[in-house]
Design a protein around this ligand. Structure first.
Ligand SMILES: C[S@@+](CC[C@H](N)C(=O)[O-])C[C@H]1O[C@@H](n2cnc3c(N)ncnc32)[C@H](O)[C@@H]1O
Length: 224
């Protein structure tokens, strides 16, 4: 298993900075309108929320500001991400934030205790997504939601055109995107739908809110 940093050659600090600086564009009003309509309406008024591969914790911060969660959990393999997340504020909630490799151990919470599990731009990089999906099913409470937001396959030309960093190091930037292309372009929308179904999830709603990414609102199949 390789992380985004190992694939791209970016340092932890560079990936962290990229996640922080791109956050407002990635989570704009279109995103939150969709999220409120398709996810929040399916949740209890004070949900327990868990973000896997939470990066710098900004998504959990936004959830805390918008939806009054009862508890927040964030797990990430990169210590620099968790260190940054620990410096955040969460609208009066004290989140549980921990370094955790999703492929190495089960999530450190009891079965059936989480109302919403979210995962953005992480599952595509994991060698065995089905094992991770099985553990997500384990931790979800009855009626719980798994919200997946991840890369979908795009032609190389379109991908590279959208990745123009316009920094002082264009050669290094180009190399980074060529390295990441196979990981970001691993799955089609149909592949994701198949994976989610094979992992025991029913896709309730799915759409493309921004180029290269598809969101899936899913619930575990009952009785499986
Ligand atoms: C592209 S970043 C996305 C971060 C965050 N979800 C966001 O959208 O801002 C991918 C994150 O996945 C984490 N990650 C990669 N492999 C992981 C693993 N096996 N277990 C836990 N986290 C992992 C990385 O450390 C990184 O923070």
């Amino acid at each position: 298993m390789a992380t985004h940093q190992e694939i791209s050659g970016m340092s932890d600090a560079e990936l962290l900075q990229r996640m922080v600086s791109s956050h407002p564009e990635r989570y704009g009003e279109t995103f939150w309108e969709f999220f409120t309509a398709q996810v929040q309406t399916r949740l209890p008024s004070h949900p327990v929320v868990m973000d896997l591969g939470c990066g710098p914790g900004l998504f959990l911060r936004d959830i805390a500001a918008r939806y009054s969660p009862a508890a927040l959990y964030g797990y990430d393999i990169t210590p620099a991400m968790i260190d940054h997340a620990r410096q955040g504020t969460y609208n009066g909630v004290t989140p549980t934030l921990a370094v955790h490799n999703l492929l190495a151990a089960p999530l450190p919470v009891a079965a059936g205790t989480v109302h919403l599990v979210t995962m953005t731009a992480v599952l595509h990089v994991l060698d065995d997504p089905l094992a991770v999906l099985a553990d997500i099913r384990r931790v979800l409470a009855p009626g719980g939601i798994f919200f997946l937001n991840d890369w979908i396959r795009t032609p190389l030309q379109t991908y590279l055109a959208s990745r123009t960093d316009r920094t002082a190091t264009p050669d290094a930037d180009r190399l980074r995107w060529f390295r990441l292309f196979p990981a970001h372009n691993k799955y089609t929308i149909e592949d994701w739908q198949w994976l989610l179904t094979a992992g025991g999830f029913l896709v309730q709603c799915s759409t493309q809110l921004r180029p290269h990414f598809q969101v899936f609102v899913t619930t575990p199949f009952v009785g499986t």
